[in-house]
Design a protein around this ligand. Structure first.
Ligand SMILES: *Cc1c(COP(=O)(O)O)cnc(C)c1O
Length: 424
């Protein structure tokens, strides 16, 4: 049985891996192990190519690039929204590529948070990513309410949320619910279908932040009847630093007046009429504001092709195999070193990364980086390791755990301060 914990075994898993060929599509640092694709996905050759293509269309066409060339800029946000819709289980015109995660959250909340009578509060959770909370508090303030109108469901253990607790907090004072699909630390998946049903039974609108699930797990947003969702494209989708984000708007809201309207909210046929009365697009496209950031959209053309070819179900299957394997290795090799696995063990609740804790986490991460293993540190004691289906191998996982083992056994982290870097 020791065979399982050898490099040969890792290689045998790689030999059977049906997504193996995609590894060559990416720029990997060959003598290192990248485990941070859940913070910033690596560059693919196709993403690089599509970025060059759009620079060239600017060079070649000037202003006419809006309508000429292989990827006319004027329709790009819509056509990429269509491509992305298969990753979130939406209809083609329910997704638009626009803005940033935080701006899209502001936009959706400014539209759907309509306090009325007793229903004045927003429901969120206590473990979500800070930008969501900052945006929700700012939206409350714009409508004349203070922070006491933000209800944050608490976690018993600081790692996980219970759907029962969230549902219990859906009182008749709640006007809107915004939750993450996957918690950014522990990697817990929330049951979006169940939560949406519970919210709708109580007449509350509900939206999800998909930053940590898009490109890593499949979704059925339309079938689950989710009202809205938003996500970034630079993590699991590999769109590059600051690549343009996306959002989902359930088709039942087509025609709604967008809270942060701009001329790109227009029906595309009417936009250049230059009328001072907005005719919003009858699609999710109404949630665009101004001119799209074409050069930051460009890499997504190539990046999304890879997902389309590989298939999100296959990505999910391999991702679970990788994280299963990583957890098995950690439990076998590192059980005496105080490294505790804190992500859900079952498949239904586990997102795309492994999350472990150790009191020396900050400097363990620095020691890993010195040995060219790239994790990310989450204060105060968390280490996230994300083996990514499209470009990480089982051998990468093996190397990562072996290097971590030497660092722990030889206490190589002692040479570093146990403090986070400015970006971690
Ligand atoms: C990464 C992340 C964000 C980032 O928002 P930006 O506007 O892209 O900076 C927001 N929410 C969650 C849950 C994230 O993981």
């Amino acid at each position: 049985m020791t065979e399982k914990f050898t490099r040969e075994y890792a290689r045998s898993l790689d030999a059977k891996d049906e997504l193996r060929k995609y590894r060559d599509e990416f720029y990997l640092n060959n003598d290192g192990v990248y485990m941070d694709g859940n913070s910033l996905g690596l560059m693919s050759k196709r993403a690089e190519q599509s970025a060059f293509d759009l620079l060239n269309s600017w060079k070649k066409y000037g202003i006419d690039g809006w309508t000429e060339g292989e990827h006319p800029w004027y329709f790009l946000s819509e056509s990429l929204g269509e491509k992305m819709s298969e990753l979130v289980g939406a209809k083609k015109d329910e997704v638009i590529v626009t803005g940033s995660t935080t701006v899209n959250l502001h936009h959706l909340v400014s539209t759907f948070y309509q306090p009325e009578g007793k229903r004045t509060k927003i429901l969120a959770d206590s473990l979500t990513f800070p930008t969501d909370i900052y945006a929700l508090k700012a939206q409350l303030k714009l409508k004349g309410y203070d922070d006491s109108h933000l209800v944050q469901v608490q976690s018993e253990d600081g790692q996980f949320l219970k759907e029962e607790d969230i549902i219990e907090a859906m009182t008749d004072e709640i006007a809107l619910i915004v939750l993450p699909s996957v918690l950014y630390r522990s990697g817990q998946i929330l049951d979006m279908k169940r939560l949406t049903e519970a919210a709708h039974e109580r007449n509350i609108k509900i939206g999800f932040d998909l930053c940590h699930s898009v490109g890593s797990i499949p979704h059925e947003l339309h079938e689950w009847d989710v009202d809205f969702a938003f996500w970034c494209t630079y993590k699991h989708l590999n769109g590059g630093p600051g690549s343009v984000a996306a959002l989902y708007l359930n088709e039942k809201f087509f025609g709604v007046s967008p809270g942060l309207a701009g001329w790109f909210s227009s029906d595309k046929e009417k936009q250049f009429d230059m009328d001072h009365t907005l005719t919003p697009a009858q699609t999710a496209g109404a949630f665009q504001i101004g001119t799209p950031h074409v050069l930051s959209v460009a890499p997504l053309i190539g990046a999304l092709e890879l997902f389309h070819e590989a298939g999100i179900e296959n990505v999910r299957k391999k991702s679970l195999q990788l994280t299963d394997y990583m957890m098995e290795l950690i439990e076998h090799e590192l059980k005496d070193d105080g490294i505790v696995i804190c992500n859900p063990k079952n498949h239904e609740q586990r997102g795309g990364h492994v999350y472990v804790e150790h009191p020396e986490a900050a400097r363990i991460c620095k020691a890993l980086k010195m040995q060219k293993v790239i994790p990310d540190f989450r204060t105060p004691s968390g280490i996230r390791l994300a083996p990514v289906a499209l470009y990480n191998s089982f051998e990468d996982v093996y190397d990562c755990v072996q290097i971590l083992k030497t660092i722990m056994e030889e206490k190589r982290y002692n040479q570093f301060e146990n403090e986070r870097n400015i970006v971690s």
